[in-house]
Design a protein around this ligand. Structure first.
Ligand SMILES: *Cc1c(COP(=O)(O)O)cnc(C)c1O
Length: 634
């Protein structure tokens, strides 16, 4: 008997889910926040409800309460560490906008609550404009980071004039002259920070963001020059913050400790050099354990939030005490760890592609070619003892058959017979290989090629681009039927015309899995898969391959007793949106197409009916979403 706890184990829910997801006895996946109340809300009814509002899958569900919960967890963890180590200053969180620019996300985070101000970090003029338009909550901080032209600097000055705590992080020495000039012109003395280029590096995929050769920040020599220039311009009192960022998804806690140690030393020395710096900004990098393995694997992190805050607070305190410098305000810019959990994508499976397997039905005649007869013989007699040899013989025979066909010696029927037998041999061979303890790579690849492919109605390039681009793994599992044993195994394919549009690597506790346990699908029965932890970076990195546009979205609020409410619906891109984005004049196109339809209507039996049908078709299509509709039942 398969239990929901078996599914929980299989998909590793308790390891990566941070208690936001669980499986109900009904087999439905549910979402909730323990603090809100113990009862979780099933996801399938949300999808069904949105379907009645013409909002079809693929759908991104956002849970703003999870965002708030993440912020609370990070901030409380810092507060607890501060308390535990008797650290004599406070923590201030800042959200880097580049991690998720969606208005719904940024306003949620920024407007969180006033007794725990949460700031914003911007790295471009567009981000700065968005941030400038937001009402700052009391005391929250705006950080202007990244490469800056004069307009960007002027926006930062404007922010300072609007009575916000705005800090300009100096990324390059050349920015200092322009800041000094602008300050002399306007009389505004903005708060400044220096971005340090540390010797320490991160770990994992973004290791190159840190270290001596990183493209970001000031070397120690640059820092000394910067301080001197600020002193000369009588602006040294503006220098408030020292900042570093090691790169995203630091998988190893020791790298963080090392970097914080180095940065704190720099902080103490700078402070001793008559600069009144008060804030140490440790950037982002707090990892998300996507596969739940708690290791330094690229899609994981070998530490918890509490270990992270303990490490940071303890290290800064230890070094400041040693250097006799008072403890700075700790600022961190976690993006990934704040936003990853709040969003999930639900897709429907359109069909299952199976490798043909009807070798049993093949009848051979003595008149068949030698190759076909031999393939048949291999198929009939393959066993656990000889599968390796028989499979290799099969490969040779298939090659021979193809050659004969190309030379014109073989009919289509004969070729089909031979190929069907060959696939039968492959299936049996890979089955035997699976049963042995040590199957070679050759047979593992064969096994993968022969597994079913679940065709999912979405674009990897739009919705989980990091899976395609950098092999980042996201947890994937069905959102229903989890009280049934998943009796099938498969890989996933998306609906783009790109052979990269596939997923054949999945999270696993020990390694990665090349196939995913799934359910067989009865005809016409909808089957939904959820992609989890997609709230960081995916929204903005997604692209429009094949003109598949943004998926539909819904903001869902949970009540803690199993109930939920759709707070907002954001329709995904329509076909018209996509064409307009690619610079087509949609109205003009429609007029010209409609004229062509009118001109050729006469050729049809019932011209008026046909013309109306075709005009309805093209008008309707323009407003349609870019993904596949559900097919009519046969
Ligand atoms: C990208 C970035 C961050 C966010 O990093 P996460 O790993 O998402 O927390 C923070 N600070 C700076 C300067 C960044 O460029």
């Amino acid at each position: 008997m398969w239990k929901v706890s078996d599914s929980e184990m299989l998909y590793g829910l308790d390891r990566w889910g941070q208690n936001y997801f669980k499986i109900l006895e009904s087999g439905e996946l549910a979402v909730g926040i323990e603090e809100l109340g113990g009862k979780f809300a099933p996801i399938l009814p949300m999808i069904n409800h949105l379907g009645t509002k013409a909002l079809k899958t693929p759908i991104i569900l956002r849970f703003p309460q999870i965002l708030k919960d993440r912020i609370k967890i990070l901030a409380t963890s810092f507060e607890n560490s501060i308390c535990e180590f008797e650290y004599k200053n406070q923590y201030h969180g800042v959200f880097p906008m580049k991690v998720n620019h969606r208005r719904e996300v940024v306003t949620q985070i920024h407007g969180t609550n006033s007794n725990r101000p949460y700031g914003l970090e911007v790295g471009s003029k567009a981000e700065a404009m968005a941030a400038l338009c937001l009402e700052p909550s009391d005391n929250s901080m705006f950080i202007f980071n990244g490469y800056k032209d004069d307009t960007f600097l002027k926006l930062a000055f404007l922010s300072a004039s609007l009575n916000r705590t705005s800090i300009i992080i100096i990324e390059e020495l050349s920015e200092i002259h322009r800041i000094i000039a602008l300050s002399n012109q306007t009389g505004v003395k903005p708060l400044l920070g220096l971005r340090c280029r540390l010797y320490s590096r991160g770990s994992g995929r973004w290791e190159e963001s840190g270290g001596e050769y990183s493209k970001f920040g000031l070397s120690v020599a640059d820092i000394l020059t910067a301080i001197k220039k600020l002193k000369d311009a009588d602006m040294i009192d503006c220098l408030t913050m020292l900042h570093f960022h090691l790169g995203s998804q630091i998988t190893d806690i020791r790298k963080i400790q090392k970097a914080v140690r180095e940065a704190t030393r720099v902080y103490c020395k700078v402070r001793a050099d008559h600069a009144k710096v008060t804030h140490l900004n440790i950037g982002g990098g707090l990892g998300v354990d996507y596969d739940g393995s708690r290791t330094s694997f690229e899609s994981s992190a070998n530490y918890s939030v509490r270990e992270y805050t303990n490490s940071v607070v303890y290290t800064i305190k230890e070094i400041c005490d040693e250097e006799g410098v008072s403890h700075p305000v700790i600022v961190s810019e976690s993006g990934r760890a704040i936003t990853a959990y709040h969003a999930m994508l639900v897709v429907d499976v359109k069909s299952i592609k199976k490798v043909p397997c009807s070798a049993d039905e093949v009848k051979v005649e003595p008149t068949d070619t030698r190759g076909t007869l031999e393939l048949h013989d291999l198929f009939e007699n393959i066993s656990a003892k000889n599968y390796r040899e028989y499979y290799h013989d099969g490969l040779v025979l298939k090659e021979e058959l193809t050659n004969l066909f190309n030379l014109g010696h073989l009919s289509l029927e004969e070729r089909a017979k031979g190929e069907t037998l060959f696939w039968g041999i492959c299936k049996r061979a890979s089955g035997y290989a699976r049963e042995t303890k040590f199957s070679t790579e050759e047979f593992q690849i064969l096994w993968r090629r022969l597994t079913d492919r679940y065709l999912c109605n979405f674009s990897i390039f739009q919705s989980v681009p990091d899976n395609w681009a950098i092999d980042n793994l996201f947890p994937i599992l069905p959102i229903h039927r989890l009280n049934q044993q998943p009796g099938a195994i498969g890989t996933l394919a998306d609906i783009t015309c790109d052979s990269d549009g596939k997923i054949d690597k999945f999270i696993d506790l020990h390694h990665t899995k090349r196939t995913l346990e799934l359910h067989p699908i009865e005809k016409d029965e909808p089957y939904y898969l959820g992609f989890f932890l997609i709230g960081a970076y995916q929204d903005i990195l997604g692209d429009f391959h094949n003109l598949f546009g943004q998926a539909n979205e819904a903001m869902v609020s949970l009540d803690g007793s199993g109930g939920w409410e759709i707070k907002d619906i954001i329709k995904g891109s329509s076909i018209s949106d996509m064409l307009t984005m690619m610079n087509y004049d949609v109205e003009e196109m429609m007029d010209s197409l409609a004229n062509k339809i009118r001109d050729s209507a006469e050729e049809h039996n019932n011209p008026e009916v046909w013309e109306k049908q075709m005009l309805d078709l093209i008008k309707g299509t323009l407003q349609n979403h870019t993904y596949l509709d559900r097919d009519r039942k046969e």
